[in-house]
Design a protein around this ligand. Structure first.
Ligand code: PHE
Length: 368
Protein backbone atom coordinates (compact mmCIF):
# COMPACT_ATOMS: atom_id res chain seq x y z
CA UNK A 1 0.00 0.00 0.00
CA UNK A 2 2.73 2.39 0.99
CA UNK A 3 4.54 1.93 -2.31
CA UNK A 4 1.34 2.25 -4.28
CA UNK A 5 0.64 5.73 -2.94
CA UNK A 6 4.15 6.90 -3.45
CA UNK A 7 4.40 5.37 -6.92
CA UNK A 8 1.12 6.90 -7.85
CA UNK A 9 2.24 10.27 -6.54
CA UNK A 10 5.51 10.20 -8.46
CA UNK A 11 3.86 9.03 -11.64
CA UNK A 12 1.04 11.57 -11.47
CA UNK A 13 3.26 14.55 -10.74
CA UNK A 14 5.71 13.57 -13.47
CA UNK A 15 3.00 13.21 -16.09
CA UNK A 16 1.24 16.40 -15.10
CA UNK A 17 4.48 18.37 -15.27
CA UNK A 18 4.93 17.52 -18.96
CA UNK A 19 1.31 17.60 -20.12
CA UNK A 20 1.60 19.47 -23.43
CA UNK A 21 -1.77 21.24 -23.49
CA UNK A 22 -5.12 21.86 -21.82
CA UNK A 23 -6.66 18.71 -23.28
CA UNK A 24 -3.84 16.57 -21.87
CA UNK A 25 -4.25 18.14 -18.43
CA UNK A 26 -7.96 17.39 -18.53
CA UNK A 27 -7.29 13.75 -19.56
CA UNK A 28 -4.96 13.37 -16.56
CA UNK A 29 -7.55 14.90 -14.24
CA UNK A 30 -10.04 12.27 -15.40
CA UNK A 31 -7.46 9.49 -15.10
CA UNK A 32 -6.61 10.34 -11.47
CA UNK A 33 -9.50 12.23 -9.94
CA UNK A 34 -12.41 11.28 -12.18
CA UNK A 35 -15.11 8.86 -10.99
CA UNK A 36 -13.15 5.93 -12.36
CA UNK A 37 -9.79 7.54 -11.62
CA UNK A 38 -7.02 5.72 -9.79
CA UNK A 39 -6.94 8.09 -6.80
CA UNK A 40 -10.72 7.85 -6.50
CA UNK A 41 -10.32 4.08 -6.49
CA UNK A 42 -7.79 4.41 -3.71
CA UNK A 43 -10.22 6.48 -1.67
CA UNK A 44 -12.81 3.74 -2.02
CA UNK A 45 -10.44 1.25 -0.37
CA UNK A 46 -10.73 3.22 2.90
CA UNK A 47 -14.14 1.70 3.56
CA UNK A 48 -12.75 -1.83 3.81
CA UNK A 49 -9.95 -0.90 6.20
CA UNK A 50 -9.78 -1.32 9.96
CA UNK A 51 -10.10 1.92 11.90
CA UNK A 52 -6.39 1.82 12.72
CA UNK A 53 -5.38 1.38 9.11
CA UNK A 54 -7.82 4.07 8.06
CA UNK A 55 -6.29 6.49 10.53
CA UNK A 56 -2.93 6.06 8.86
CA UNK A 57 -3.95 5.72 5.21
CA UNK A 58 -6.83 8.25 5.18
CA UNK A 59 -4.75 11.40 5.53
CA UNK A 60 -2.15 10.08 3.09
CA UNK A 61 -4.67 9.36 0.37
CA UNK A 62 -6.44 12.69 0.89
CA UNK A 63 -3.13 14.49 0.81
CA UNK A 64 -2.28 12.77 -2.45
CA UNK A 65 -5.57 13.81 -3.94
CA UNK A 66 -5.05 17.44 -2.96
CA UNK A 67 -1.51 17.43 -4.23
CA UNK A 68 -2.54 16.07 -7.61
CA UNK A 69 -5.43 18.52 -7.86
CA UNK A 70 -3.07 21.42 -7.09
CA UNK A 71 -0.53 20.17 -9.64
CA UNK A 72 -3.24 19.95 -12.30
CA UNK A 73 -4.40 23.51 -11.61
CA UNK A 74 -0.90 24.84 -11.65
CA UNK A 75 -0.06 23.11 -14.93
CA UNK A 76 -3.24 24.42 -16.51
CA UNK A 77 -2.43 27.96 -15.47
CA UNK A 78 1.16 27.67 -16.70
CA UNK A 79 -0.02 26.41 -20.09
CA UNK A 80 -2.48 29.29 -20.42
CA UNK A 81 0.16 31.83 -19.52
CA UNK A 82 2.49 30.26 -22.08
CA UNK A 83 -0.17 30.47 -24.80
CA UNK A 84 -0.79 34.13 -24.00
CA UNK A 85 2.92 34.90 -24.12
CA UNK A 86 3.15 33.24 -27.48
CA UNK A 87 0.19 35.19 -28.85
CA UNK A 88 1.51 38.50 -27.56
CA UNK A 89 4.85 37.79 -29.16
CA UNK A 90 3.39 36.86 -32.53
CA UNK A 91 0.70 39.56 -32.69
CA UNK A 92 2.96 42.50 -32.16
CA UNK A 93 1.63 45.61 -33.92
CA UNK A 94 4.05 47.43 -36.17
CA UNK A 95 2.95 51.02 -35.93
CA UNK A 96 5.46 52.09 -38.56
CA UNK A 97 3.66 50.13 -41.31
CA UNK A 98 1.60 52.29 -43.70
CA UNK A 99 -2.15 52.07 -42.99
CA UNK A 100 -4.19 50.15 -45.55
CA UNK A 101 -6.08 52.54 -47.79
CA UNK A 102 -9.81 52.60 -47.08
CA UNK A 103 -12.02 53.40 -50.06
CA UNK A 104 -13.49 56.86 -49.62
CA UNK A 105 -16.97 57.75 -50.81
CA UNK A 106 -17.90 61.02 -52.46
CA UNK A 107 -20.89 63.32 -52.13
CA UNK A 108 -22.95 63.41 -55.35
CA UNK A 109 -22.99 66.85 -57.02
CA UNK A 110 -26.78 66.99 -56.70
CA UNK A 111 -26.57 66.42 -52.94
CA UNK A 112 -23.82 68.99 -52.70
CA UNK A 113 -25.81 71.59 -54.64
CA UNK A 114 -28.94 70.89 -52.56
CA UNK A 115 -26.90 71.58 -49.44
CA UNK A 116 -25.56 74.78 -50.98
CA UNK A 117 -29.07 75.93 -51.84
CA UNK A 118 -30.43 75.13 -48.38
CA UNK A 119 -27.57 77.13 -46.87
CA UNK A 120 -28.18 80.15 -49.10
CA UNK A 121 -31.92 80.22 -48.53
CA UNK A 122 -31.65 79.54 -44.80
CA UNK A 123 -29.65 82.76 -44.62
CA UNK A 124 -32.60 84.57 -46.21
CA UNK A 125 -34.99 83.09 -43.67
CA UNK A 126 -36.42 80.22 -45.72
CA UNK A 127 -37.34 76.90 -44.11
CA UNK A 128 -37.07 73.61 -46.01
CA UNK A 129 -40.38 71.88 -46.80
CA UNK A 130 -41.03 68.56 -48.49
CA UNK A 131 -43.87 66.57 -49.97
CA UNK A 132 -44.47 63.08 -51.37
CA UNK A 133 -43.08 62.01 -54.74
CA UNK A 134 -46.19 59.90 -55.29
CA UNK A 135 -48.72 62.69 -55.47
CA UNK A 136 -52.42 63.00 -56.17
CA UNK A 137 -53.86 64.81 -59.12
CA UNK A 138 -55.38 67.59 -57.02
CA UNK A 139 -52.07 68.72 -55.46
CA UNK A 140 -50.03 68.26 -58.64
CA UNK A 141 -52.50 69.89 -61.05
CA UNK A 142 -55.97 71.00 -59.99
CA UNK A 143 -55.04 73.16 -56.98
CA UNK A 144 -52.29 74.70 -59.13
CA UNK A 145 -55.03 75.96 -61.42
CA UNK A 146 -54.57 73.22 -64.00
CA UNK A 147 -58.02 71.68 -64.36
CA UNK A 148 -58.45 68.32 -65.99
CA UNK A 149 -58.72 69.68 -69.50
CA UNK A 150 -55.96 72.28 -69.17
CA UNK A 151 -53.47 72.10 -72.08
CA UNK A 152 -50.54 72.83 -69.72
CA UNK A 153 -50.99 69.33 -68.35
CA UNK A 154 -49.68 67.96 -71.64
CA UNK A 155 -46.25 69.48 -70.92
CA UNK A 156 -46.21 67.54 -67.68
CA UNK A 157 -46.70 64.10 -69.15
CA UNK A 158 -45.84 61.75 -66.35
CA UNK A 159 -46.18 58.29 -64.84
CA UNK A 160 -49.57 57.33 -63.48
CA UNK A 161 -50.52 54.56 -61.09
CA UNK A 162 -53.36 52.81 -62.92
CA UNK A 163 -54.74 51.06 -59.83
CA UNK A 164 -54.11 53.67 -57.17
CA UNK A 165 -56.62 56.47 -56.73
CA UNK A 166 -56.11 59.56 -54.63
CA UNK A 167 -58.64 61.16 -52.28
CA UNK A 168 -59.86 63.11 -55.31
CA UNK A 169 -60.83 59.82 -57.02
CA UNK A 170 -58.23 60.33 -59.72
CA UNK A 171 -55.13 58.27 -60.50
CA UNK A 172 -52.09 58.88 -58.31
CA UNK A 173 -48.99 59.96 -60.20
CA UNK A 174 -45.31 60.71 -59.82
CA UNK A 175 -45.22 64.45 -59.22
CA UNK A 176 -44.13 66.42 -62.28
CA UNK A 177 -42.77 69.36 -60.32
CA UNK A 178 -42.15 70.49 -56.74
CA UNK A 179 -45.05 72.97 -56.97
CA UNK A 180 -47.50 70.65 -55.14
CA UNK A 181 -45.40 71.35 -52.05
CA UNK A 182 -46.62 74.98 -52.33
CA UNK A 183 -50.17 73.68 -51.98
CA UNK A 184 -49.37 71.30 -49.14
CA UNK A 185 -47.54 74.01 -47.21
CA UNK A 186 -50.29 76.62 -47.58
CA UNK A 187 -53.06 74.13 -46.76
CA UNK A 188 -51.19 72.87 -43.68
CA UNK A 189 -49.67 76.10 -42.34
CA UNK A 190 -51.71 78.96 -43.82
CA UNK A 191 -49.86 82.26 -44.19
CA UNK A 192 -47.28 83.76 -43.96
CA UNK A 193 -44.97 81.27 -45.68
CA UNK A 194 -41.29 81.36 -46.58
CA UNK A 195 -40.07 77.97 -47.79
CA UNK A 196 -37.94 76.17 -50.30
CA UNK A 197 -38.89 72.64 -51.34
CA UNK A 198 -36.14 70.60 -52.97
CA UNK A 199 -36.82 67.15 -54.34
CA UNK A 200 -37.15 64.60 -57.11
CA UNK A 201 -39.68 65.08 -59.89
CA UNK A 202 -40.67 62.93 -62.88
CA UNK A 203 -41.63 63.37 -66.50
CA UNK A 204 -41.65 60.92 -69.38
CA UNK A 205 -38.75 62.59 -71.14
CA UNK A 206 -35.32 61.27 -72.01
CA UNK A 207 -32.37 62.70 -73.92
CA UNK A 208 -28.99 64.33 -73.16
CA UNK A 209 -30.61 67.16 -71.22
CA UNK A 210 -33.73 65.38 -69.93
CA UNK A 211 -34.00 62.35 -67.68
CA UNK A 212 -37.29 60.78 -66.53
CA UNK A 213 -36.34 61.71 -62.97
CA UNK A 214 -34.68 64.99 -62.13
CA UNK A 215 -34.46 67.47 -59.28
CA UNK A 216 -36.15 70.78 -58.69
CA UNK A 217 -36.17 73.32 -55.97
CA UNK A 218 -39.32 75.29 -55.36
CA UNK A 219 -39.49 78.61 -53.57
CA UNK A 220 -42.61 80.13 -52.06
CA UNK A 221 -43.10 83.36 -50.15
CA UNK A 222 -46.56 84.42 -48.99
CA UNK A 223 -47.10 87.53 -46.90
CA UNK A 224 -48.84 90.89 -46.96
CA UNK A 225 -47.65 93.33 -49.59
CA UNK A 226 -45.33 90.94 -51.46
CA UNK A 227 -44.63 92.12 -55.02
CA UNK A 228 -42.50 91.36 -58.06
CA UNK A 229 -39.60 93.40 -56.64
CA UNK A 230 -39.24 90.92 -53.78
CA UNK A 231 -39.10 88.09 -56.30
CA UNK A 232 -36.45 89.84 -58.36
CA UNK A 233 -34.27 90.64 -55.34
CA UNK A 234 -34.57 87.11 -53.99
CA UNK A 235 -33.61 85.48 -57.29
CA UNK A 236 -30.69 87.86 -57.83
CA UNK A 237 -29.37 87.38 -54.31
CA UNK A 238 -29.70 83.61 -54.56
CA UNK A 239 -28.00 83.34 -57.96
CA UNK A 240 -25.12 85.64 -56.99
CA UNK A 241 -24.51 83.61 -53.84
CA UNK A 242 -24.83 80.29 -55.65
CA UNK A 243 -22.59 81.11 -58.60
CA UNK A 244 -20.34 83.23 -56.38
CA UNK A 245 -20.29 86.09 -58.86
CA UNK A 246 -21.45 89.66 -58.35
CA UNK A 247 -21.91 90.22 -62.08
CA UNK A 248 -24.88 87.87 -62.50
CA UNK A 249 -27.46 89.72 -64.62
CA UNK A 250 -31.05 88.54 -64.87
CA UNK A 251 -33.54 89.24 -67.60
CA UNK A 252 -37.20 88.77 -66.82
CA UNK A 253 -39.37 87.64 -69.70
CA UNK A 254 -43.16 87.41 -69.61
CA UNK A 255 -44.24 83.79 -69.60
CA UNK A 256 -47.18 81.62 -68.64
CA UNK A 257 -47.76 79.19 -65.81
CA UNK A 258 -51.34 78.47 -64.73
CA UNK A 259 -50.35 78.88 -61.06
CA UNK A 260 -48.65 82.28 -61.33
CA UNK A 261 -49.96 85.60 -62.60
CA UNK A 262 -48.02 87.37 -63.92
CA UNK A 263 -45.51 84.67 -64.82
CA UNK A 264 -41.91 85.46 -65.54
CA UNK A 265 -39.16 83.36 -66.96
CA UNK A 266 -35.75 84.44 -65.68
CA UNK A 267 -32.80 84.31 -68.09
CA UNK A 268 -29.23 84.79 -67.05
CA UNK A 269 -26.44 86.39 -69.08
CA UNK A 270 -23.39 84.29 -69.93
CA UNK A 271 -20.33 84.25 -72.14
CA UNK A 272 -18.81 81.36 -74.03
CA UNK A 273 -15.25 81.03 -72.72
CA UNK A 274 -13.07 78.29 -74.15
CA UNK A 275 -16.06 76.16 -75.12
CA UNK A 276 -17.61 76.58 -71.68
CA UNK A 277 -20.60 78.65 -70.70
CA UNK A 278 -19.55 81.02 -67.96
CA UNK A 279 -22.39 82.82 -66.22
CA UNK A 280 -22.12 86.55 -65.67
CA UNK A 281 -22.49 89.77 -67.58
CA UNK A 282 -25.34 91.34 -69.49
CA UNK A 283 -26.59 88.93 -72.15
CA UNK A 284 -27.12 91.85 -74.54
CA UNK A 285 -23.46 92.92 -74.60
CA UNK A 286 -21.08 91.63 -77.31
CA UNK A 287 -19.79 88.12 -76.70
CA UNK A 288 -22.70 87.38 -74.37
CA UNK A 289 -26.08 85.70 -74.67
CA UNK A 290 -29.08 84.82 -72.50
CA UNK A 291 -29.81 81.42 -71.08
CA UNK A 292 -33.21 80.40 -69.81
CA UNK A 293 -32.80 79.46 -66.17
CA UNK A 294 -36.03 79.26 -64.21
CA UNK A 295 -39.77 79.80 -64.05
CA UNK A 296 -41.41 82.08 -61.53
CA UNK A 297 -44.18 84.56 -60.92
CA UNK A 298 -46.67 86.00 -58.47
CA UNK A 299 -48.85 83.26 -56.98
CA UNK A 300 -52.16 83.20 -58.85
CA UNK A 301 -55.03 84.35 -56.57
CA UNK A 302 -56.95 81.25 -57.62
CA UNK A 303 -54.19 79.08 -56.10
CA UNK A 304 -54.44 81.03 -52.84
CA UNK A 305 -58.20 80.41 -52.86
CA UNK A 306 -57.69 76.68 -53.46
CA UNK A 307 -55.53 76.70 -50.32
CA UNK A 308 -58.08 78.61 -48.27
CA UNK A 309 -56.16 81.91 -48.20
CA UNK A 310 -57.86 85.25 -48.86
CA UNK A 311 -56.13 86.77 -51.92
CA UNK A 312 -57.17 90.27 -50.89
CA UNK A 313 -55.09 89.86 -47.75
CA UNK A 314 -52.22 87.61 -48.87
CA UNK A 315 -50.06 87.61 -51.93
CA UNK A 316 -46.74 86.05 -52.78
CA UNK A 317 -44.28 84.79 -55.32
CA UNK A 318 -43.06 81.35 -56.32
CA UNK A 319 -40.25 79.99 -58.42
CA UNK A 320 -39.01 76.62 -59.60
CA UNK A 321 -35.48 75.75 -60.75
CA UNK A 322 -33.86 72.60 -62.07
CA UNK A 323 -31.23 71.58 -59.51
CA UNK A 324 -29.33 69.29 -61.88
CA UNK A 325 -29.13 72.14 -64.36
CA UNK A 326 -27.69 74.44 -61.67
CA UNK A 327 -25.10 71.79 -60.80
CA UNK A 328 -24.15 71.34 -64.47
CA UNK A 329 -23.69 75.07 -64.95
CA UNK A 330 -21.72 75.64 -61.78
CA UNK A 331 -19.45 72.61 -61.95
CA UNK A 332 -19.09 72.33 -65.75
CA UNK A 333 -20.71 68.97 -66.42
CA UNK A 334 -22.30 68.39 -69.78
CA UNK A 335 -24.33 65.19 -69.79
CA UNK A 336 -27.28 65.02 -67.44
CA UNK A 337 -27.68 61.25 -67.92
CA UNK A 338 -24.30 60.63 -66.27
CA UNK A 339 -25.77 62.07 -63.06
CA UNK A 340 -27.92 59.03 -62.54
CA UNK A 341 -25.83 56.23 -64.09
CA UNK A 342 -24.10 55.50 -60.81
CA UNK A 343 -20.73 55.14 -62.56
CA UNK A 344 -18.20 55.25 -59.78
CA UNK A 345 -15.55 56.82 -62.04
CA UNK A 346 -17.85 59.76 -62.72
CA UNK A 347 -18.62 60.09 -59.03
CA UNK A 348 -14.94 60.03 -58.15
CA UNK A 349 -14.29 62.78 -60.65
CA UNK A 350 -17.26 65.05 -59.96
CA UNK A 351 -18.07 64.08 -56.37
CA UNK A 352 -17.29 66.15 -53.32
CA UNK A 353 -15.52 65.34 -50.12
CA UNK A 354 -17.85 64.68 -47.21
CA UNK A 355 -15.86 67.33 -45.37
CA UNK A 356 -16.69 70.04 -47.91
CA UNK A 357 -19.83 71.13 -46.11
CA UNK A 358 -21.13 74.27 -47.75
CA UNK A 359 -21.38 77.20 -45.37
CA UNK A 360 -21.97 80.82 -46.16
CA UNK A 361 -18.98 81.91 -44.11
CA UNK A 362 -16.58 79.53 -45.85
CA UNK A 363 -18.20 79.94 -49.28
CA UNK A 364 -20.91 77.68 -50.62
CA UNK A 365 -18.85 76.64 -53.61
CA UNK A 366 -16.06 74.17 -53.29
CA UNK A 367 -14.33 74.33 -56.62
CA UNK A 368 -13.94 77.50 -58.63
N1 PHE B 1 -43.44 74.20 -61.64
C1 PHE B 1 -42.91 74.89 -62.80
C2 PHE B 1 -42.23 73.86 -63.71
O1 PHE B 1 -41.93 72.79 -63.28
C3 PHE B 1 -41.88 75.93 -62.41
C4 PHE B 1 -42.49 77.07 -61.62
C5 PHE B 1 -42.55 77.01 -60.25
C6 PHE B 1 -42.97 78.18 -62.28
C7 PHE B 1 -43.11 78.06 -59.54
C8 PHE B 1 -43.52 79.23 -61.57
C9 PHE B 1 -43.59 79.16 -60.20
O2 PHE B 1 -42.02 74.10 -64.87
Amino acid sequence: MTTTIEDLQAEALARIAVAPDGAAVEALRVAYLGKQGSISALLKTLGAMTPEQRQVEGPRIHALREQVAAALAERKEALEAQALEKRLASEKLDLTLPAPEAPRGAVHPVSQVLDELAEIFADMGFAVASGPEIEDDWHNFTALNMPETHPARAMHDTFYFPDQMGADGRKMLLRTHTSPVQIRTMVADGAPVRIIAPGRVYRSDSDATHTPMFHQIEGLVIDRGIHLGHLKWTLETFLKAFFERDDIVLRFRPSYFPFTEPSVEADVGYAEVGGRRVLGGDGDTPGHAWMELLGSGMVNPRVLEFCGLDPTEWQGFAFGVGVDRLAMLKYAMDDLRAFFDGDVRWLRHYGFSALDVPTLSAGVGVRA
